[in-house]
Ligand binder design. Structure first.
Ligand code: ADP
Ligand code: MG
Length: 697
């Protein structure tokens, strides 16, 4: 089915020269895909760039900026034998001196790279150290010939442990060579009107920029790529929707008894917002039409309970529901929230993840097939082929953006015309909902359950770290617990890990064994064990990288410390903060920042202090991102999109939507010869699975 012209792009990454099985593993982690393909690498767009065009003299060089300087080598000073001092190399130009500093490097190698008396070009950052100019480990040491080959603007890519920047650059070079001239996939008129380059030119421009417009997220090349992805998304939405309407739905109309019993046994009253969501869902489920509804609400707004009520609606008619979460931790969390509530109402639920094995797993599958289990919760394990329901009528998907369309459809297809409820704790700004989700029905939980206290949010300079440590000490002495989130370090999760490990060591030295650590490199089981120790109160301070799951619920945790808060996006800070303020006790969130703050960072922290409304924060986040730092700080992509940055490309959305509608009006199934380029587009942007499913009925 795949157009042959795309074959070179879909070849395994290991087919590129220089990438063997050993490198495949780190690339798999980098690209978030088991067996990465050439196209996955090509769509790994830069997170920033270094402008190598700045060629100041030493006197002109601005400290802490990237510069390329021409110098003469004056002399070497290797460390005295047996000492761990660095190797120093003295260099100069007509305007001043510079000391190069190298740790753990062989003197003979350095003396060969930098012969005394020679002229060299150095790329790197100059720091002032006791009034002396110093450059530690220059990025590049070049002679004339090397300088001639130096790209004027060098893309910087996010990295993972085990991959060096040079390896990614070389692989990218090889991948770019694979792109053939494809037939134009977008309507020619549109491309001409927008002045967009071709697919091939666009990728070359972004990865090998000649000017800043080539690599800018808002520049024409990136815009074109983003538009392709948005169009593919819109086409998929429209195709799926048309198919669903065609396939029809099933009415699940019960007598309301189970829902009422559940409501009666809940230890709390549903909020107005929850009631409204339940009412809308119930109505959809009772209708002939197939439901496709998105339930949005901040962490802790009570989505899980709504999901349970929805499940009760279909169980009333003897049918079943499934709730799928993207991670083990989240699935278990659902189990913990739901199981006790369900037990009181006499609802049979079960949990199925990769960890249920052998006989235990078989028992669940048996009870599922007989219909004994009314609600099955779990992870991707739910969509394994041998998981069969007696009669699945409702598929609920939590953190929906973390699943592909085909995974969601696979779950739904375990039932006949099953209704679908998608949930997300990442509120999507109103301005984007319609264009992103088309006419999907939306329920919002804007109101928090009662009894929640406002979280006292403050920003604190990192200079006052010691005070913050004291505050953490007071909190745990008073019986509370604290999260300590470590910074996102640019470019490498290895350094994230180092930062968290260091903080963990420092806090442990102070507070002893009560301090625990959780990070992304730990196995699922170890992560869960650490979370469990924290949830049980055995650990009092949990140092974590941002892996702490969004939904994690530890009501006794009342202090959230976020280091280098200025490096996080607004929405992300809000999500992190949402892990406290879950019990009756007042909670505090301390945003540690490194002074001085830029304007955007200042506005972000101020917004966070002022509001706890995830929807309002999402709107503001979108506005701030659209305004500021086009490149420079790490931009986390928008959920589900590899190329499009919605904060910067949202202006393209109406056009993508209109184009999709026009194309489908011409050829509703995209099956004609004329639509071949569009089918290629769907393949290229990983949206082909939806089509395959549609074809299969
Ligand atoms: P979400 O899934 O949106 O993150 P949950 O459904 O897990 O939120 O709810 C968070 C906590 O609040 C749970 O412990 C849940 O039992 C409780 N909760 C939910 N709804 C209410 C309510 N109306 N009143 C009081 N507590 C509630
Ligand atoms: Mg939840």
């Amino acid at each position: 089915m795949r157009p042959a012209a795309l074959d070179p792009l879909f070849a395994p990454l290991t087919s590129l020269k220089g990438i063997g099985p050993k490198l495949e593993r780190p690339f798999a982690r980098l690209l978030g895909r088991e067996a990465p393909r050439v196209v996955d690498l090509l769509f790994h767009l830069p997170s920033g760039f270094v402008d190598r065009r700045a060629r100041p003299t030493l006197a002109e060089a601005i400290p802490d900026t990237d510069v390329t300087v021409e110098i003469r080598v004056d002399g070497h000073q290797p460390p005295p034998p047996g000492r761990r001092a660095p190797h120093r190399t003295y260099v100069s130009d007509a305007t001043g001196d510079l000391v190069l500093v190298f740790f753990n490097m062989d003197a003979t190698v350095l003396e060969r790279m930098l012969p005394v008396g020679s002229t060299r070009w150095l790329c790197g950052r100059i720091a002032l150290y006791d009034g002396m100019r110093q450059m530690a480990h220059p990025d590049r040491i070049l002679d004339e010939a090397g300088l001639a080959r130096l790209p004027p603007i060098e893309p910087v890519y996010p990295l993972v442990e085990g991959l060096a920047a040079g390896q990614v650059r070389r692989a990218m070079e090889a991948a770019l060579a694979r792109i053939l001239d494809l037939a134009e996939m977008l309507p020619a008129q549109l491309v001409a009107a927008q002045g967009w380059p071709s697919f091939r030119q666009a990728l070359h421009a972004v990865h090998k920029p000649q000017g800043l417009n080539d690599i800018a997220v808002t520049g024409l090349p990136w815009q074109r790529l983003a538009f392709e992805e948005l169009l593919a998304h819109q086409l998929t939405l429209a195709l799926t929707r048309a198919h669903q309407i065609e396939a029809g739905g099933r009415a699940s109309r019960g007598d309301g008894a189970l829902v009422e019993r559940l409501r009666g046994t809940l230890p709390f009253r549903l909020t107005q917002a929850q009631e409204e969501a339940v009412r809308a869902i119930r109505e959809d489920i009772a209708a002939e039409k197939r439901m496709l509804r998105l339930l949005q609400g901040d962490v802790g707004s009570g989505k899980t309970v709504v999901a349970l009520m929805a499940a009760a609606c279909v169980m009333e008619t003897g049918r079943q529901a499934a709730l799928m979460a993207p991670t083990e931790v989240l699935a278990r969390q659902h189990q913990e929230t739901i199981a006790p509530l369900a037990a009181r109402a006499g609802i049979e639920v079960a949990l199925l993840t990769g960890r249920e094995k052998g006989r235990a797993r078989q028992a669940i599958l048996d009870r599922l097939r007989t219909g004994e289990i009314g609600l099955l919760m779990g992870t991707h394990a739910l969509i394994q082929p041998d998981v069969a329901f007696k009669d699945l009528a409702l598929a609920i998907v939590d953190e929906q953006h973390r699943f592909g369309v085909e995974q969601r459809l696979t779950l739904a297809r375990k039932g006949a015309a099953a209704d679908m409820l998608l949930m997300t704790a990442t509120p999507i700004p109103r301005t984007l909902v319609l264009t992103l989700f088309g006419d999907m029905a939306i329920s919002e939980l804007r109101e928090k359950p009662p009894g929640r206290q406002k979280i006292d949010t403050r920003s604190v300079s990192l200079d006052r770290l010691e005070d913050v440590v004291e505050a953490a000490g007071r909190a745990i002495a008073a019986g509370a617990q604290a999260y300590w989130i470590c910074p996102l370090v640019e470019e490498s999760d290895l350094s994230d890990l180092a930062a968290a490990t260091d903080r963990h060591e420092a806090l442990k030295a102070r507070f002893g064994a009560a301090v625990d650590l959780v990070h992304g490199k730990m196995s699922g089981a170890d992560k869960d064990a650490a979370m469990a120790r924290f949830a049980s109160g055995e650990a009092r301070i949990l140092v974590a990288t941002t892996v702490v799951e969004v939904g994690v619920n530890v009501p006794n945790a009342t202090l959230m410390v976020i280091e280098h808060a200025e490096r996080f996006g607004l929405a992300q800070l809000h999500q992190l903060r949402g892990r406290v303020g879950r019990g009756e006790k007042a909670s505090t969130c301390l945003l540690l920042y490194k002074a001085p703050l830029g304007e955007t960072a200042k506005a972000r922290l101020a917004m966070l202090r002022a509001s706890e409304d995830g929807f309002a924060i999402a709107e503001e986040d979108l506005r701030l991102r659209g305004e500021g730092d086009v490149l420079g700080t790490r931009q986390s992509g928008f959920p589900g999109f590899a190329l499009a940055r919605l904060e910067l490309h949202s202006a393209l959305l109406p056009e993508a939507r209109a184009t999709a509608a026009a194309l489908l009006a011409r050829d509703e199934g995209l099956t004609s010869e004329d639509s071949a380029p569009l089918r290629a587009l769907l393949y290229l942007h990983g949206r082909d699975a939806a089509m395959r499913f549609l074809a299969a009925g």
